[in-house]
Design a protein around this ligand. Structure first.
Ligand code: GLA
Length: 360
């Protein structure tokens, strides 16, 4: 007798080219899915439990399939995502059966490359599918975000989940986080996307993130607008946090135009302006990220910026493809010499969206 095929769900991390701390303000972002992903192999389980093991993380997760477990109380702590996803899909009417899950990921953790969202998206799709429900992709993004909020309590926006669910090979995604319209923009062959981890994990990211988001919401409320997407530059000139959001939205749209036109210099200049705004107005950079951005440019990148929430993790840069290896190697050497920290660097290819594969 032949065994039934196993199902695998995979979901990529992302790197954001430009547009940070704009998604939860209804603004614009320009991420791309990475060719690094979280993969979940799904097999039938027993006794109304969802069990999960990980090839990289310790411990066995064991939660009730009906969503009754409080995600914040689950150990090992990565199991909070499993419990959060079980609850989030259950609340949408999915009946999750007993399952055995094996989780594996090539997305670097704690880097600003959305390893948690990759996990939450893969879990959401896998659990809904096991319950016989195919979620619309925008709904899947909302459910995966809900799962993450239940797991870790940080009120993120939707960029990471949408990037994972709508990624296209060799394309960046211009996402309007108010309408959730998404336009895939080809990344020209001769533009390389460089990713460099500063060697320090993100710290304070959760509490500071929530504080920044609250400041943006207060600014919008004071102006009488639904979100800062609806504010003008004149209205926010005196408020650095809100000023970042409004100017960053304009930079994202300009960067999308520059990408369509293969105008590397303009893309680079906009990334540098974005970094300066995140550093000075939004205050989410670190001395290490500032140094890394400076050294990437000194080594020949057209521009660079911190990517993701900030407070550590990665910088992203752009260079001509033929120069990319040299730029990264030179910047990494100089960074290590100057900071004593070991950066991890790679050239990022835009990978495909989350999806399902059957394995024999
Ligand atoms: C984190 C959040 C995203 C987004 C970025 C900052 O990655 O998960 O929703 O807000 O920070 O742009």
């Amino acid at each position: 007798m032949s065994r039934p095929p196993k199902v695998q769900w995979h979901a990529p991390g992302r790197v954001n080219l430009i547009g940070d701390h704009t998604d939860y303000c209804g603004g614009f972002v320009l991420p791309m899915a990475l060719d690094r992903e979280c993969v979940i192999t799904v097999a039938p389980g027993a006794a109304d439990r969802v069990n999960a093991t990980s090839l990289q993380l310790e411990g066995v997760v064991d939660v009730a399939a009906d969503g009754r477990d409080d995600p914040r109380a689950v150990e090992p702590s990565w199991g909070r995502f499993v419990a959060g996803a079980v609850q989030a899909v259950t609340e949408r009417g999915v009946r999750v059966p007993a399952l055995d899950l094996e989780v594996s990921s090539t997305v670097p953790a704690g880097s600003g490359l959305s390893s948690s969202s990759a996990l939450a998206v893969a879990l959401t799709l896998a659990l809904a599918d096991a319950g016989g429900v195919e979620l619309d992709r925008r709904d899947a993004a909302r459910v995966a975000l809900d799962a993450e909020v239940r797991a870790v309590g940080v009120p993120g926006g939707l960029m990471d989940q949408l990037a994972s669910l709508f990624g296209q090979v060799d394309h960046a995604l211009l996402i309007d986080c108010r309408s959730l319209d998404i336009e895939a923009i080809p990344i020209p062959d001769d533009i390389a996307v460089l990713v460099a981890h500063c060697g320090l994990p993100r710290t304070l990211a959760d509490s500071e993130y929530a504080e920044r988001r609250a400041a943006c919401e207060r600014a919008a409320a004071a102006l009488g607008v639904a979100t800062l997407r609806n504010a003008t530059i004149e209205q926010v000139r005196e408020n650095p946090r809100a000023r970042h959001v409004v100017t960053e939205n304009a930079r994202v749209l300009a960067c999308a135009d520059a990408l369509r036109a293969n105008d590397l210099d303009t893309i680079g200049a906009l990334m540098l302006a974005s970094h300066a705004s995140l550093r000075d107005d939004f205050e989410v950079s670190t001395p290490q990220l500032d140094l890394l951005v400076e050294l990437l440019v000194e080594a020949g990148a057209a521009g660079a910026r911190l990517t993701g929430a900030g407070f550590g993790g990665c910088a992203v840069g752009v260079a001509r493809s033929r120069d990319a290896h040299n730029v990264l190697a030179r910047a990494a050497d100089r960074y290590q010499a100057a900071s004593g920290l070991e950066p991890t660097v790679f050239i990022a290819r835009a990978g495909p969206a989350a999806g399902r594969t059957l394995i024999a």
